[in-house]
Each structure stands twice: as structure tokens, then as C-alpha cells.
Ligand binder design. Structure first.
Ligand SMILES: *[C@@H]1O[C@H](CO)[C@@H](O)[C@H](O)[C@H]1NC(C)=O
Ligand SMILES: *[C@@H]1O[C@H](CO)[C@@H](O)[C@H](O)[C@H]1NC(C)=O
Ligand SMILES: *[C@@H]1O[C@H](CO)[C@@H](O)[C@H](O)[C@H]1NC(C)=O
Ligand SMILES: *[C@@H]1O[C@H](CO)[C@@H](O)[C@H](O)[C@H]1NC(C)=O
Length: 565
């Protein structure tokens, strides 16, 4: 694509300029030998002038304003650019992005956990299983990158999952959703039995996590020693987002013990005392199964616990009344207690966090929480809850504005709303730490912003908003969700692309470009962000939501053929 060349000629300009091209040198040499004295003086003068111009150029490069990185304007007026219009062209552009990210990973980090996309280094921060490769398998398959898929599968079949980096303890939940989930869905797509074998090996080495007095899992496993790492507590998303994967493993292997271990956790948490019916504080005391602390969130540490209530109901062909009851109770409570509307922009709704011990509401909306509209839309269809779809549309609008209103068109980790006391909400003390940024053009600061940005303004290539756009498009058929997704994709291309892949970006309000790249690419960029973008521009029956349920890492699982194994 033309856009890439523009970025990287700018980004790498300093190096070729320092070493003049050989063609220019040889041309000057030829002239020198042919010229008379006056001619030679002219050549010297010309050379001096070129050196001076070069020096000025370098000086400007080094000291000048760093905002010349070409990126798109925050919004692209319709018809004002030559970007592809058809779904097929957009789909291919996303596929090209995947090819780009994959080839950088393949070249510099093949088999390692992550590529460092700026320095072209790599890391093994997840214990060395090759997490990016495993997480990317089904995306390669979905995008019909078959040679890449085949090569990656060959590699995976040689990985020994009973070992990890010396001294490393493996995070149970992360490796279940990324590795077990990734291998299971790659198996279902390819029916390559070696992938099921490897999935089972991952499932088995992580099973010691469940070896506690209550069965509530420990958060980490020492796979080298074959045992879990004792701990007092685990957060609810970690304990409650492994069920779909272990259930699928039971279905595919015929061994019910995986599902039984995972289901026991839900039964305990279902019975545990909660401050409000349906709302679960994030910390679980492993020895008692009690929910401690009062923090309740649909963002980090809580999020996918709620998501899996619905998704297990769908996966079981609607045969698990327990999950339906739990999901409906949670969504009713969330809607009643945690959803608010911006006092400055009546179109903006958000889901804040709760502190039940202090009965305090925090008007903070996390990017991670932007999976909620997709969940609500899916639930509205499966459970016939039309009001949930309305809320889903409202929340999707806010999630999109978190991108649309920054100068890069990328979203920060979270935004903070201001809320009024007269609606029974106490303003968050944390607000003192928040500064307003000029986001729009209206006259009054608050009217203009609608929300504030917190101290962490990074965009780490997260998928949640795109995931919701994909589901909202498929449920409503409204084309605006595709346009929003395309706008976000263009911002990702413009600001996060590196010569080797894509990198997290430090401050989404800064248009400084390259200096903002943090040299990190999480595996979920390949597993989720690019996959959901690709599916957004694919026909709705490609990996249809009627046939598949996506795990929380975007690995599609076939819905069970007959209810309950
Ligand atoms: C767990 O909760 C129950 C009832 O809410 C309480 O009686 C019990 O003491 C709690 N156990 C611990 C270890 O906190
Ligand atoms: C995106 O933001 C701009 C202001 O920067 C606004 O004019 C535009 O309407 C927004 N787009 C959408 C779809 O809301
Ligand atoms: C911002 O959040 C990201 C993602 O959670 C994290 O990796 C990063 O370290 C945070 N940055 C700061 C400055 O706190
Ligand atoms: C990283 O790799 C890309 C693609 O192979 C290359 O263009 C770029 O110059 C490399 N960057 C560094 C810092 O080596």
C-alpha cells in the first residue's frame, strides 16, 4: 500500500542521506575527470552546497518538531481519500496487515513468545512456548494464509509444553485462553490430530492449578515442577474464564474430567455471597470460595467472567439454564447500577466501576470494557432481550468516540467521565490526577470533551472495540459499524506500523509518531484485533455467530453438536 512507503521513507530518511548514493558519486567522478579547471571549481561548489543542504536537513530531522510523522487526520471525511471502498478491498488490506505482522515475527522471532517490532528483537516473556505463533494459528487459517499456517503447525508439534523457562511460573488463565484456546480452534479448522494432542498436553500441564481444597484454581503453575504455585487468592476473571476451553477439550477428547474441574469453580462462585445479586467482587479467597473486597468491574479482572456465562450458554446449545440465569442476573444488575450517561453529551453512555464496600461509583470507562456492547448484542439475539441491543449501540458509540476524539484516532487505555452529585454519584477522587485535553472544537472545555483522559494514554493494539463493531454489524446490519472499523484500522496502519510489524503506542494524544512506539506487540493483536477486523469485512456467514462462539481471545469454537457431552 502507498501509505506504508510514505511512512517509512520519512521514518528512515536519516540513514540513506548520510551515505550518498553510489550512483551520484560515480557520476560526479566521471564529470570531474572530464571537466576543465572552472568546471572543477563549479563541481566543488556544487558539492559544498549539497553538503550544506544535507547538514540543514539532518539538523531539522534531529532537532525539529517531531510531528511530521504522516498520519491521517483524526477523522477522514467521506470521499476525501482514496482508501478502498469495497469490503473485499478492505478485507485484503487487513489480510496484508496480518501478512506484514506475521512475516516480521517469522523473520525475527519465530517460535519466541513475542516480536519486538521496533528493534526487531524478541522476548520469551510467557515462558517460551511461542505464544504469538500459537495465538496466530487460526487467524492464518481464517485468512487463508495456508503456507504460513502449515509452517507454524509444524513448529508447534515440536514444542514440549511440559517445560518453560527456568524459574518461570506460567499464568494459568492467560495460557488457557491463548494457547489451549488457540490450539483447539486450529485443530477444529484443520482436523490435524497433532494439534489436538498438543492442546491436550497444554490442558494437562495446567490442570494442577485446580488442585486446591475448594477446586478454585491457583493463578500460576510451575510446569517444570508439575505443580501449581500456592496463593491465597485469584481474581474472578482468571478463575472463571477457562471453562469454555476445558469444556471444548472434554468434548474433543471424550474425557469429562476437564469440564468437571472447570464447572466446579462456577458452581462455587454461583453460590458465593455477593454485595448485589449478579455482581461479583473481583477477588476470590481460594480456601473458602468467598468473594472478598468490594471492587466490581466489567473491565480488567472481572470482564470475561461475565462474558463466559453467555458464551457457555451458547456453546451448550442453550441447554444450561444455570448460565442463562447467571448472565441475565448480572446484566440486569450492571444496567441498573453501573451504566451512566455523560452529563455533557447525551449520546454517550458508559459502564463505570463500583466499589461496593464504600458504595462508590467510579466514572471510569476502560478500553477493556468495550467488549461489553458486543456481548450485549450477542445476548440480545440469543436471549431475546431487545433493550440490551439498544444499550449495546449506545456503548459502541462511546467506544468509537474514544478513538475518534483523539488526535491520532487511537484509543487510550481508559477515559474518565465527570459526573454530577445530584444524580447520586460521588465524583471519583482520582479525578485530581486527570487532565483535560483539547479534543474537539467547541468553546466550553467540558461540553467539548465529554470525557477526560487519564494518565495512561497508551494504545497497546487492543481488540475490544473492534470485536464489538464486528458483532454489532452482524447483529444489526448497520453499515456504520464497518466505517468505524475501517477508520480505526487506518489509524492503526498510520501510527503503529513499523518496518517489521506493529507496535503499541505510548500516548494517543501525541502525533510524534515513531518516538511514541514502545517496541511491543502483544499476541492478541494477531489473534484478535486483526481477526475481528477481517471478519468485520467478510460476509456474515463466514464463521457465523450461529455456528461458532469465540473464546475471550477470539478463538472460534464450534458450538456443541448435541447438547451436553
Ligand atoms: C465466608 O463467608 C461465609 C458466609 O458469608 C462466612 O461465614 C465465612 O466466615 C467466610 N469465610 C472466610 C474464610 O472468610
Ligand atoms: C468524529 O469526530 C469528529 C470531530 O473530531 C466529528 O465531527 C465526527 O462526527 C465524529 N464521527 C462520528 C462518526 O461520530
Ligand atoms: C499503561 O497501560 C498499559 C497496558 O495496561 C501498560 O502496559 C503500561 O505499562 C501502562 N503505562 C503506564 C505509564 O502506566
Ligand atoms: C527491522 O526489520 C525490517 C524488515 O526486515 C527492516 O526494514 C528494519 O530496518 C529493521 N529495523 C532494525 C532496527 O533493524
Amino acid at each position: 500500500m502507498a501509505a506504508d512507503d510514505t511512512i517509512y521513507s520519512e521514518c528512515t530518511a536519516a540513514e540513506p542521506l548520510l551515505a550518498p548514493r553510489p550512483t551520484l558519486g560515480s557520476r560526479l567522478k566521471r564529470r570531474w575527470y572530464r571537466a576543465d579547471r572552472l568546471g572543477r571549481a563549479a563541481i566543488v561548489l556544487l558539492a559544498l552546497m549539497m553538503c550544506a543542504a544535507l547538514a540543514v536537513r539532518i539538523l531539522v530531522e534531529v532537532t525539529g518538531p517531531r510531528d511530521r510523522w504522516p498520519g491521517p487526520p483524526a477523522t477522514i471525511p467521506p470521499g476525501a481519500d482514496d482508501s478502498p471502498e469495497s469490503d473485499e478491498e478492505r478485507r485484503l488490506a487487513v489480510r496484508a496487515a496480518m501478512k506484514h505482522a506475521w512475516s516480521g515475527y517469522r523473520k525475527y522471532a519465530f517460535g519466541k513468545d513475542e516480536l519486538r517490532p521496533v528493534s526487531n528483537g524478541s522476548n520469551n516473556k510467557w515462558g517460551g512456548w511461542g505464544v504469538t505463533l500459537i495465538d496466530a494459528l487460526d487467524t492464518l487459517h481464517i485468512m487463508e494464509l495456508h503456507a504460513e499456517f502449515k509452517e507454524a503447525v509444524t513448529h508447534v508439534t515440536g514444542v514440549d509444553f511440559s517445560k518453560a523457562t527456568d524459574g518461570y511460573t506460567t499464568p494459568f488463565f492467560e495460557m488457557v485462553i491463548r494457547c489451549l484456546g488457540g490450539l483447539l480452534s486450529a485443530y477444529e479448522m484443520s482436523l490435524d490430530p497433532r494439534l489436538l494432542e498438543k492442546a491436550q498436553q497444554v490442558g494437562d500441564v495446567l490442570m494442577p492449578a485446580f488442585g486446591t481444597s475448594t477446586g478454585i484454581p491457583y493463578p500460576r503453575v510451575d510446569v517444570n515442577a508439575g505443580r501449581a504455585v500456592p496463593s491465597d487468592r485469584v481474581c474472578i476473571a482468571e478463575a472463571g474464564t477457562v471453562q469454555l476451553e476445558y469444556w471444548k477439550l472434554s468434548e474433543l477428547t471424550g474425557d469429562p474430567s476437564y469440564h468437571a474441574a472447570a464447572q466446579r469453580v462456577v458452581d462455587i462462585l454461583d453460590r458465593a455471597h455477593k454485595p448485589y445479586p449478579g455482581l461479583y467482587p473481583i477477588w476470590v479467597d481460594i480456601a473458602s470460595g468467598n468473594l472478598t473486597s468490594g471492587q466490581i468491574t466489567f473491565g480488567g479482572m472481572g470482564d470475561s467472567w461475565y462474558e463466559y456465562m453467555l458464551k457457555q450458554y451458547i456453546y451448550s446449545r442453550r441447554s444450561t439454564a444455570q448460565y442463562r440465569r447467571m448472565y441475565e442476573e448480572s446484566i440486569d444488575a450492571m444496567t441498573a447500577r453501573m451504566v451512566q450517561r455523560s452529563i455533557y453529551d447525551e449520546n454517550m453512555y458508559y459502564v463505570g466501576d463500583l466499589d461496593a464496600t464504600a458504595t462508590k461509583f467510579s466514572p471510569r470507562f476502560q478500553h477493556l470494557t468495550c467488549f461489553v456492547p458486543g456481548m450485549l448484542a450477542l445476548g440480545s439475539r440469543v436471549l431475546d432481550r431487545p433493550a440490551d441491543l439498544e444499550l449495546a449501540k449506545q456503548l459502541t458509540y462511546t467506544c468509537f468516540q474514544m478513538y475518534n476524539l483523539t488526535s491520532t484516532g487511537l484509543s487510550p487505555e481508559y477515559v474518565q467521565f465527570r459526573d454530577s452529585k445530584d444524580r447520586g454519584i460521588s465524583p471519583d477522587e482520582a479525578e485530581a490526577d486527570f487532565t483535560t485535553v483539547a479534543l474537539g472544537a467547541a468553546s466550553s472545555k467540558e461540553e467539548r470533551d465529554g470525557f477526560y483522559l487519564g494518565p495512561n494514554r497508551s494504545y497497546i493494539l487492543r481488540p475490544e472495540t473492534i470485536e464489538s463493531l464486528m458483532v454489532l454489524y452482524r447483529v444489526t446490519g448497520d453499515l456504520k459499524y464497518k466505517e468505524w472499523g475501517w477508520q480505526i484500522f487506518r489509524a492503526i496502519e498510520a501510527w503503529t506500523k513499523t518496518p517489521a510489524a506493529y507496535s503499541a503506542y505510548r500516548d494517543v494524544t501525541s502525533t510524534a509518531g515513531r518516538s511514541q512506539l514502545t517496541d511491543s506487540m502483544e499476541s492478541f493483536f494477531l489473534a484478535e484485533t486483526l481477526k475481528y477486523l477481517y471478519l468485520l469485512f467478510s460476509p456474515a456467514d463466514y464463521y457465523s455467530l450461529d455456528e461458532y462462539v469465540f473464546n475471550t481471545e477470539a478463538h472460534p469454537f464450534r458450538i456443541m453438536r448435541s447438547p451436553r457431552p
